[in-house]
Design a protein around this ligand. Structure first.
Ligand SMILES: Cc1cc2nc3c(=O)[nH]c(=O)nc-3n(C[C@H](O)[C@H](O)[C@H](O)COP(=O)(O)OP(=O)(O)OC[C@H]3O[C@@H](n4cnc5c(N)ncnc54)[C@H](O)[C@@H]3O)c2cc1C
Length: 405
């Protein structure tokens, strides 16, 4: 694609790819760049919420993703100290609010793959990989980026707008000096995958959150490459032991024995240790450069909101850029993007993901009991459960954002 009259997207993760697809479907030329040669298959987001399934239906993704995932209407909270199922929610109870009253359990790399396949059907869409965006800049009427290929060759691309979708270390956010306030959790998180079937052995649903003052965990099922079923468990690494200790079989098996005592020793098919942050960029716009997804906000994975809210950013932005492109709106809608998505990222994703973690890990017995009782009362009270699920599924966030002028 020779044209400079295009939109540049830096980063072909789920957010960059789906945003590119949504733009290309409108006939807008898109150039997308990613530093990796292939879509990474590490275990990251596993859940697409009803709000996202409703939204990506419009760009042809939902049906294709359904064929690759496991529909999961329920999610469960347990107390490991008592063995009790504290609360269970069923998305079918908000069936009046969504066309998809379930979460879809599907690995992030499959979501990216399906979006990419669809995007590549459009001549307006071009992905270049592997190449790294190493410089970004802008003038009054253009953006300009420099990309570097693995052999050191550099080239410049120009466009009307740049969407920075490069994840938490975003070069776009850093270059335009956009602050990224928030904090990093003291503990690291470790994600482990196994074929052990926790539904058969322990009656777990496909999405579970297990509270404990020392060793809480989150347990999810994903399809696996051949629908064989893989269970992912997320533990906190509440220790300053070196990485090789915390990722060793012994350490992980010990956590499983603490958290899920019925689990025998089993094969670990994947493990990954990482730092977790809670941050929201001070602005989602710097002139012609926009931020979406993890480059704009990061949060802990409890509740599965990071990728979902990032996809919502991208689709919101693609609609606005489409209107500008066709002369139906002026650039003030890009400020509206910031007004719609930034405060709601704080109010919903940050607040809920922090609260989720605090509920699981609470140490004070009285506060712990109060929080778990509150959760139980919410699940047992129809109106409260309905409201809780609207927030957990991010439907409430999307509605509030869309209603913001
Ligand atoms: C263990 C774990 C579990 C999670 N579970 C969930 C979940 O269940 N639900 C949920 O919604 N979210 C979840 N998340 C969060 C989710 O993975 C992220 O929010 C999501 O990946 C963000 O997508 P993104 O496209 O914004 O960024 P990324 O996925 O980080 O993609 C950024 C892309 O940009 C590329 N890139 C970076 N720098 C450059 C550069 N300079 N030039 C070119 N390319 C560049 C990278 O190669 C990458 O492909 C989880 C995260 C983790 C770690």
């Amino acid at each position: 694609m020779a044209t400079d009259d295009c939109i540049l997207i830096s980063g072909a993760g789920p957010v960059g790819t789906i945003t590119g697809l949504a733009l290309a479907r409108q006939g807008i030329p898109v150039k997308l760049f990613d530093t990796l040669a292939e879509i990474p298959t590490d275990h990251r987001a596993a859940t697409l919420h009803p709000s996202t399934l409703d939204m990506v239906e419009g760009i042809g993704l939902t049906e294709r993703l359904m064929a690759k995932g496991i529909a999961s209407p329920h999610f469960q909270y347990r107390d490991r100290a008592t063995g009790e199922i504290v609360a269970e929610f069923d998305y079918r109870d908000i069936g009046d609010e969504t066309r998809h009253p379930y979460a879809l359990q599907v690995e992030q790399h499959k979501t990216i793959g399906v979006a990419l396949e669809l995007a590549q059907l459009h001549s307006a869409f071009q992905l270049t990989r592997p190449c790294t965006v190493v410089e970004v800049g802008q003038t009054a009427d253009r953006v300009e980026i420099t990309v570097e290929h693995p052999d050191g060759r550099r080239e410049t691309h120009r466009g009307r707008y740049l969407i920075g979708c490069e994840g938490g270390r975003s070069i776009t956010r850093k270059t335009f000096d956009i602050d990224f306030p928030g904090f990093t959790w003291q503990e690291r998180f470790i994600i482990v995958a196994t074929h052990f079937d926790f539904a058969a052995a322990g009656g777990y649903r496909f999405r579970n959150y297990v509270a404990h003052p020392d060793q809480w965990c989150a347990l999810m099922k994903v399809p696996g490459e051949r629908f064989e079923g893989i269970w992912r468990c997320l533990f906190p690494a509440l220790t300053d032991e070196p990485n090789e200790v915390v990722t060793s079989d012994e350490w992980i098996q010990a956590r499983f024995q603490e958290c899920l005592p019925f689990a025998p020793s089993f094969t670990i098919v994947h493990r990954n240790l990482y730092d977790v942050h809670q941050r929201v960029a001070a602005s989602f716009r710097a002139g012609r450069a926009l931020l979406a997804g993890d480059s704009a906000h990061v949060n802990n994975p409890i509740g599965g909101m990071g990728m979902n809210s990032g996809i919502h950013d991208g689709l919101n932005l693609a609609t606005k850029l489409g209107r500008i492109w066709r002369g139906e709106a002026d650039e003030s809608v890009l400020d509206q993007y910031d007004r719609q998505r930034r405060p709601t990222a704080q109010k919903y994703v940050q607040a809920q993901s922090i609260r989720n973690k605090e509920t699981l890990q609470e140490k004070d017995p009285a506060i712990r009991r109060k929080r778990l009782d509150e959760l139980k009362r919410t699940a047992d009270t129809k109106a409260l459960a309905h409201d809780f699920m609207l927030r957990s599924s991010l439907i409430a966030m999307v509605r509030e954002a869309d209603a913001t002028a």
